[in-house]
Design a protein around this ligand. Structure first.
Ligand SMILES: Cc1ncc(C[n+]2csc(CCOP(=O)(O)OP(=O)(O)O)c2C)c(N)n1
Length: 672
């Protein structure tokens, strides 16, 4: 391609970005204008994709980590001929119901590989994509799985802490098909980057085992040469592209004023003159449109060749590849869960739920080859690695277990990238307390409807001596606050197996399994085929007669409820127990079921955590036995006693609730 054609193609991106931001009266024109040359080179010469089949499994992934520059992606997708991305959509940039949201949102339009905007996330997602690609290639061969993950990252992406976790991890695993195009424009919102940063990013990535090179981000041949070299490398590459933010804008280029607001009519007029772009807003001349559409058709033959290779596979292998990419579950899942539950009913073992999870995983990992486990350096504590599980190592991706290192945030974002890539179901572990370190990524998994499973052990003061820095108190409530996240807190082996099944079946969202460090008695006494946890809450143990009180609990506190029920019986107070392994599933039940489970007796809840959220079940007048502040360091039984989370306390609360009802308080609450 001649320089003139390149310039005109890049200017089409610039013009669409300026015009759409101007029409929306909001948005970020600077990055798309600055990176238009890089994007033009990447999409017209390197990226493997087919707008006619956007979900082609062997396409290269392109991640716009600097999500504020969304117009770059929308403009390119439009120009390449993606059916979703019409000119009309560009004109409706940032409007309600459009595919062109403020920041790219996964699922809104084909070609948006992940939701970006929170800086650093896209880069870490891409690491997960590059990892999933290698795992799938190890399983199905390079003829079927052989693609790159390209990332467009900004200064902000590289300043965020998560980038260090992602870079160090990718360097360690030598994820050589990860190529980062860094928009090295020296500008962020506050002004020159020198206000707050002086990192040599090339030296930085090299220190983590990457290639790092610098190019003039407005020189197409230099960019192309760097990408070519990166493709051949045995390690990930960062190409620092020196660019001018807002390239072409007469007074705002090179300044923070081009970053995040419309350029204004005068400036746009000047930019059109400077760029030699003599067309009306949103007008793309036919020759440029044709050139872009040609670029869009570049990989057609490659896709056809790939389809032939897929068709030539043995039928069972092809079916397995297609099943995994479609995220369909094998029938072996139900069989595995049934087996665990039968064993649990028979043996009635007293074990920690983290051990129950490990026992479940032994069967599940066997039944579901797509499950890829891991831990953020707490493998022995999270119990996420089953006996036969081989480790994924640099150069050998045939294993099933990822040592993520002490990188919870990078891990959670990487898992999102793995799920988005497809073919794998990532699960991994850390302590529940460090869900705070994963939270931004868990939120994005929920927003993107991605099946990612977090095993979070040491789920309360019950972890004991490590003390309040390690004892989650508000975390269950905080996680339950995230829409579309299922938070499971099973009580014994049977419930753990059921919750695992539900997490795996939650195909359109993430799950957290909150599990204990301490041993718990079995509370499910007999085998029931039905997954009782599936409705979120169910009557675990009925009262001997008409219930005078209902006790609600989750996880480790179920055993307290069981003991309290026996005490209350002795006192002539029939009590029923409701196990609540998952709030979200319970609240999704029809009102009739919810009302039946909640019942009309006075209510008490017990959970070794804060009360927030429980009022939806027990009402504001319900009694709650739990935590009101931070925990303490001591043997766990002493801590439970110290904070008054005991059988006696539950009994007392139940009797108090009864007395309260006699005086009319609870009835009033039940009506409200
Ligand atoms: C985690 C996070 N913090 C803050 C922001 C708000 N924000 C958007 S862009 C940006 C920085 C802009 O600088 P840079 O990344 O260099 O982008 P450029 O100005 O070059 O387009 C910030 C702070 C964000 N999107 N994500």
């Amino acid at each position: 391609m001649g320089r003139q054609t390149h310039d005109r193609m890049a200017n089409a991106i610039r013009a669409l970005a300026m015009d759409a931001v101007e029409a929306a009266k909001s948005g970020h024109p600077g990055m798309p204008m600055g990176m238009a040359d890089v994007a033009t080179v990447l999409f017209t010469r390197f990226l493997k994709f087919d707008p006619a089949d956007p979900a082609w499994p062997d396409r290269d992934r392109f991640v716009l980590s600097a999500g504020h520059g969304s117009m770059l992606l929308y403009a390119v997708l439009h120009l390449l001929g993606y059916a979703d991305m019409t000119l009309e959509e560009l004109k409706r940039f940032r409007q309600i119901g459009s595919k062109t949201a403020g920041h790219p949102e996964y699922g809104h339009a084909a070609g948006i590989e992940t939701t970006t905007g929170p800086l650093g996330q896209g880069l870490a997602n891409a690491v997960g994509m590059a990892l999933a690609e290698r795992i799938m290639a190890a399983k199905f061969g390079d003829g079927i799985v052989d693609h790159y993950a390209y990332v467009l990252a900004s200064d902000g992406d590289l300043m965020e802490g998560i980038s260090q976790e992602a870079i160090a991890f990718a360097g360690h695993l030598k994820l050589s098909k990860l190529i980062v195009l860094f928009d090295d424009n020296g500008i962020s919102i506050d002004g020159k980057l020198s206000l707050s940063d002086s990192t040599d990013q090339v030296a930085r990535v090299k220190a983590s085992g990457w290639n790092g090179v610098r190019v003039d981000g407005h020189d197409p041949e230099a960019i192309a040469a760097a990408i070519e070299a990166a493709q051949k490398s045995d390690r990930p590459t960062l190409i620092a592209c020196k660019t001018t933010i807002g390239f072409g804008a007469p007074t705002k280029a090179g300044t923070e004023h081009a970053h995040g607001s419309p350029l204004g009519a005068e400036e746009i007029k000047g930019a059109r003159e400077k760029l030699g772009w003599n067309y009306a807003p949103f007008e793309i001349p036919a020759d440029i449109r044709e050139d872009w559409e040609k670029a869009g058709a570049r990989s057609k033959d490659a896709r056809k060749a790939w389809a032939s290779r897929l068709a030539a596979l043995d039928a069972p292998v092809r079916a397995e590849f297609e099943r995994r990419m479609a995220g369909m579950l094998p029938p072996a899942l139900a069989t595995a869960v049934r087996k665990i539950k039968e064993g649990a009913a028979e043996k009635q073992v007293e074990i920690a739920t983290r051990k129950a999870s490990e026992a479940s995983l032994e069967a599940l990992v066997e039944a579901l080859p797509e499950m890829i486990g891991g831990s953020a350096d707490l493998t022995g504590s999270n119990n996420t690695k089953t006996k036969g599980m081989k480790i994924i190592a640099p150069g050998d991706f045939s294993g099933r277990f990822v040592h993520w290192g002490v990188r919870e945030h990078g891990m959670a974002a990487g898992m999102n990238g793995m799920a988005l890539h497809g073919g794998v179901i990532p699960y991994s572990g850390t302590f529940l307390i460090f869900s705070d370190y994963c939270r931004p990524s868990i939120r994005l998994a929920a927003l993107m409807d991605q099946r990612v499973i977090h095993v979070m052990t040491h789920d309360s003061i019950g972890l004991g001596e490590d003390g309040p820095t390690h004892q989650p108190v508000e975390h269950l409530a905080a996680l339950r606050a995230i829409p579309n996240l299922h938070v499971f807190r099973p009580a014994d082996l049977t419930e753990t197996a059921e919750c695992w099944q539900l997490a795996i079946e939650h195909a359109k969202g993430p799950s957290v399994l909150a599990l204990t460090r301490q041993n718990l008695p079995a509370v499910r006494k007999r085998f029931v085929e039905e997954n009782l946890s599936a409705r979120g809450a169910y009557e675990l143990s009925p009262a001997s007669g008409k219930a005078k009180v209902s006790i609600f609990a989750s996880g480790s506190e179920i055993s307290l409820a069981v003991a309290a029920q026996a005490e209350l019986e002795k006192k002539g107070v029939p009590a029923r127990i409701v196990s609540v392994p998952c709030f979200e599933l319970f609240f999704a039940q029809p009102a009739s079921y919810r009302h039946a489970v909640i019942g009309d007796a006075p209510r008490v809840a017990v959970e070794a955590a804060i009360r927030q959220g429980w009022d939806a079940i027990i009402g504001t007048d319900g009694a709650f036995v739990g935590m009101t502040g931070f925990g303490a360091s001591a043997p766990y039984k002493d801590i439970y006693k110290h904070f008054g989370i005991t059988t006696e306390a539950v009994v007392e609360a139940a009797l108090g609730a009864l007395g309260n009802e006699r005086s009319g308080g609870v009835k009033a609450a039940a009506r409200s």
